[in-house]
Write a protein that binds this ligand. Structure first.
Ligand SMILES: Nc1ncnc2c1ncn2[C@@H]1O[C@H](COP(=O)(O)OP(=O)(O)OP(=O)(O)O)[C@@H](O)[C@H]1O
Length: 305
């Protein structure tokens, strides 16, 4: 089932067209990375999905429920973590979750149980400190707990890791991975390694539309070139191998660094067999033979030119 469907979405601010016919479908039980350059329109899209911003055209449905500007019905199945979550600094995490639970009408026993469970999940259980003394990472973790209080089917996070150090980022990514069983997670980010670490789906917003969308393996597959890294026993072997006539075909590049050769070629698949045949003919046994995956960074750079 699709948990979020965006059809032909348009939004402009004055003469600046930010979204120009955006289509995006997010299946349930995925971790979906929503990527785009600064100003691409990620926050704008999320605000429209939450009914906080009026689109100029198009339709959005969350859990099959059509989103209307200013309406809140469709938000019943959504949890939202803004990029800079705001809290009452004088409260403790337990007090804060209690307040949020009361506002949303949860029964008090449920608030206590759910609060304990969530603070445990985000590593803040037993923290008696007031939120005013929390680090940025702790605030993001508390923000996730709050967003999950009502057991949403969809959790939307706006750049949850951008301002955090590597440990803080890992903590957030681990939490998002842990909740995917019950909750579909959409998160916007600039940090492509975070997407590679936990997302199974990714979409790249560029020029008001999606420039790429799919599972990580589909996207990698459609951009795959033959790339190989061969480590020889010594630089001399690498040099001898690099001089094979068959590696000099047009479009093939061979770069050497000590005993390591990196060979790239536009011919999908075939080049690998050629390399293995050449190694066998020359009776050379490499220390490593690796097929190179294109990085998301190189794929995205190519998609937005
Ligand atoms: N209320 C507004 N009024 C005018 N322009 C706006 C408004 N909100 C956003 N914009 C503009 O729309 C564009 C998209 O902004 P948005 O915040 O959606 O981008 P983003 O992809 O989330 O960027 P970032 O990664 O930097 O947060 C930007 O050029 C921004 O300046």
């Amino acid at each position: 089932m699709e948990i979020l469907e965006i059809r032909d979405l348009h939004k402009r601010f004055g003469s600046h067209e930010v979204l120009s016919g955006l289509n995006m479908v997010i299946p349930e039980h995925t971790i979906f990375g929503f990527v785009g350059q600064n100003g691409a329109g990620k926050t704008t899209t999320m605000k429209i999905v939450l009914g906080l911003l009026r689109p100029d055209g198009g339709e959005v449905a969350v859990c099959g429920q059509r989103v209307s500007y200013g309406g809140t019905r469709s938000n019943r199945c959504v949890g939202y973590l803004p990029d800079v979550p705001e809290f009452y600094g004088y409260m403790t995490p337990v007090e804060y979750l209690k307040l949020c639970g009361e506002i949303t009408g949860l029964e008090s026993g449920r608030i206590r149980a759910r609060g304990r469970e969530l603070l445990d999940l985000v590593g803040l259980a037993g923290d008696k400190k007031r939120i005013g003394g929390f680090s940025r990472g702790m605030k993001q973790r508390l923000g996730i707990a709050q967003a999950l209080l009502n057991e949403p089917r969809l959790l939307i996070c706006d750049e949850p890791t951008s301002a955090l150090d590597p440990i803080g980022r890992k903590e957030i990514l681990d939490i998002l991975s842990a909740v995917r069983e019950k909750t579909t997670v959409v998160f916007s980010t600039h940090i492509l390694t975070d997407v590679e670490r936990i997302c199974d789906h990714v979409a790249l917003l560029h020029g008001g539309k999606l420039a790429l969308c799919g599972t990580l393996s589909e996207i990698r597959g459609s951009y795959r070139r033959s790339g190989f890294r061969i480590e020889f026993r010594n630089p001399e072997d690498a040099r001898m191998f690099s001089e094979c006539g068959e590696l000099k075909s047009p479009g093939t590049t061979v770069s050497a660094e000590g005993a390591v050769l990196t060979i790239e070629s536009p011919e999908e698949g075939a080049k690998g067999k050629v390399l293995i045949r050449l190694l066998a003919e020359k009776q050379m046994v490499p220390l490593h033979f690796e097929i190179l995956e294109p990085s998301l960074e190189s794929i995205f750079a190519e998609a937005v030119v």
